[in-house]
Design a binder for this molecule. Structure first.
Ligand code: URA
Length: 287
């Protein structure tokens, strides 16, 4: 055991440092090796685009390059291949699930998303799988990670109040997230994490087959809808969401966690809820 000298931090200094890390949101040791997040992000964006938004643009025809004087040693690019492989294996696993129980089991067995390693447990869904309305949030937080159900913390309590405002509750809706594992420190899921989990979420949406899909907040809207507009432009707008050969109406809505941070915007959320209630009436959804 190393002998402490006068330059070694004492236990209380180390405890203070750990507390500071926790306060800053660093609550899990992830990896000893550095990652090229830029390459991962580029690869994940391509994977998401190929899954739902648009086919990969055609490559320009190969041109013959004149030989260069000094041979250039290319840096191996590992991440794009890894992202492709992860997304492919996720797509195969998700497609083979014939019902939500099987999908949950496939996710439990899936090791392609790094979030699984730091989360306490899978947070698959809550609510009624037969419901005509499905909400998709961002990611589980600390409370959801502990309890194993989405939207059980403060944002979830506000979501319950928003539902109640238009006579809905969890027995009438189904709730899931873009990623089913808590990101350390509640950070936003990276594009690679979202891409790895997307085939499962798309299969979950297809199996629930709601009449209306609500995308709560920016990560949900930007992952599921073909837009990168800000939430101020997006909220209240309707989209067509295509999955497994059918089209579902999708509404962009402000996330309850955003409304907790910015209560002055609750009026905007109320307008979105009224738009949802009106659409439910038009579609003959009543309970
Ligand atoms: N809890 C969730 O389950 N999802 C969110 O997006 C926020 C809180």
């Amino acid at each position: 055991m190393p002998i402490a000298d006068e330059t070694s931090p004492d236990a209380s200094a180390l405890a203070q440092l750990l507390r500071w890390y926790a306060d800053m949101g660093v609550d899990a040791a992830i990896d000893a090796a550095a990652h090229d997040r830029f390459a991962e992000t580029a690869a994940a964006k391509t994977a998401i685009r190929e899954q739902i938004h648009e086919p990969r643009p055609p490559r320009p025809p190969a041109t013959r390059q004149p030989p260069t004087a000094a041979p250039h040693k290319a840096k191996p690019v590992v991440a794009p291949l890894a992202a492709d492989v992860v997304v492919q294996s996720a797509a195969e696993a998700a497609a083979s699930a014939q019902n939500l129980d099987e999908l949950r089991a496939k996710l439990l067995a899936f090791d392609g998303c790094g979030l699984k390693a730091t989360a306490t447990q899978l947070v698959f869904a809550d609510g009624n799988p037969e419901a005509p309305i499905m909400f998709v949030g961002e990611a589980p937080g600390a409370d959801e990670d502990r309890i194993g159900r989405p939207f059980v913390g403060r944002a979830g309590q506000l979501l319950d109040k928003m539902l109640a405002a238009i006579e809905l509750d969890r027995s009438k809706v189904y709730i899931a997230n873009i990623v089913p594992w808590r990101p350390p420190g509640n950070r936003t899921p990276t594009p690679l994490e979202a891409a790895a989990c997307l085939p499962f979420l798309r299969r979950q949406i297809a199996l629930v087959n709601p009449k209306i899909l609500i995308c709560l907040g920016k990560p949900s809207c930007h992952t599921l809808l073909p837009t990168k507009d800000s939430m101020m432009r997006l909220h209240g707008r309707w989209f067509d969401y295509d999955v497994d050969g059918f089209t579902i109406l999708a509404l962009a809505m402000l996330h309850p966690a955003y409304l907790l941070r910015t209560p002055a915007q609750k009026g905007l959320a109320w307008a979105d809820l009224r738009a949802l209630a009106k659409k439910m009436k038009t579609l003959g959804i009543n309970f």
